[in-house]
Design a protein around this ligand. Structure first.
Ligand code: 5RP
Length: 235
């Protein structure tokens, strides 16, 4: 049965429109976050109602647990090999479909899965659509080894890009560090605005202690933005 009461109608509209793109026999990547969770529930409802045969890989342990609890069988990305489509949420979407992701600290696996997909579809509510990326703090997954050194190198890279002076904060849950599914730590870069996202992406990727940043540039093929009235717009 499809979910309805208590679910954000904008997220539900986006999720339903994305799940409508799913065809029998597809190999799917399942994203992480609250919107992706709505999508996973819709997908499970369609599979139960229509008996679709799908193969699914999850972008986080949380999504794998949710999907499994709803009767979807999760396989590893390597078992499936290549995916037809990944459906995921985002923290920001700009007019070129460049994204900030990682609000749920899952952007490393999300990027690995999206990069192994023919198509990446983002599901989001209108609050995620921006003219320029950067109001949402940019998540960067970093190794615990040399953590403070990596933070210094990130600050230096930001200075060189004239983005210096902004907070580079370790993400905490209460007073404990957030640990990702891969056992790493998260730094959130409070930049306000990212005028040249490709330059920042290159600079971060060049720092050895950076495992992956949350800029998804040129990866998203379609963004489905749900609205509270149940309609959607596609970017
Ligand atoms: C997790 C993500 C999420 O997709 C992103 O944070 C959006 O989450 P939500 O739908 O809960 O707003 O990138 O790492």
């Amino acid at each position: 049965m499809s979910q309805s009461s208590g679910v954000d109608p904008a997220k539900l509209a986006a999720a339903q429109a994305a799940v409508a793109l799913v065809e029998d026999g597809m190999k799917l990547g399942l994203g992480t976050g609250s919107t992706a969770a709505v999508m996973v529930r819709e997908l499970a409802a369609r599979v139960a109602a229509e008996g679709l045969k799908l193969r699914c890989a999850a972008t986080s342990q949380a999504t794998a647990d949710l999907a499994t609890s709803l009767g979807l069988r999760i396989e590893s990305l390597d078992e499936i090999g290549w995916l037809d489509m990944t459906i995921d949420g985002a923290d920001e979407v700009d007019p070129d479909l460049h994204l900030i992701k990682g609000g749920g600290a899952a952007h490393l696996r999300e990027k690995v899965v999206a990069a192994a997909s023919d198509r990446m579809v983002v599901v989001a509510d209108p609050g995620k659509v921006v003219e320029i990326l950067g109001a949402f703090p940019l998540p960067v997954e970093v190794l615990a080894f040399g953590f403070e050194t990596t933070r210094k190198l990130i600050r230096r890279a930001l200075d060189e890009l004239e983005l210096g002076g902004h907070d580079v904060m370790q993400r905490l849950r209460g007073s404990d560090p957030v640990i990702t599914d891969e056992g790493n730590l998260i730094l959130d870069l409070h930049l306000g605005c990212i005028p040249d996202a490709p330059a920042l992406a290159r600079a971060l990727a060049a720092i050895p202690g950076v495992v992956e940043h949350g800029l998804f540039l040129g990866m998203c093929d379609l963004a489905i933005i749900g609205r509270k009235d149940g309609s959607v717009i596609q970017l």
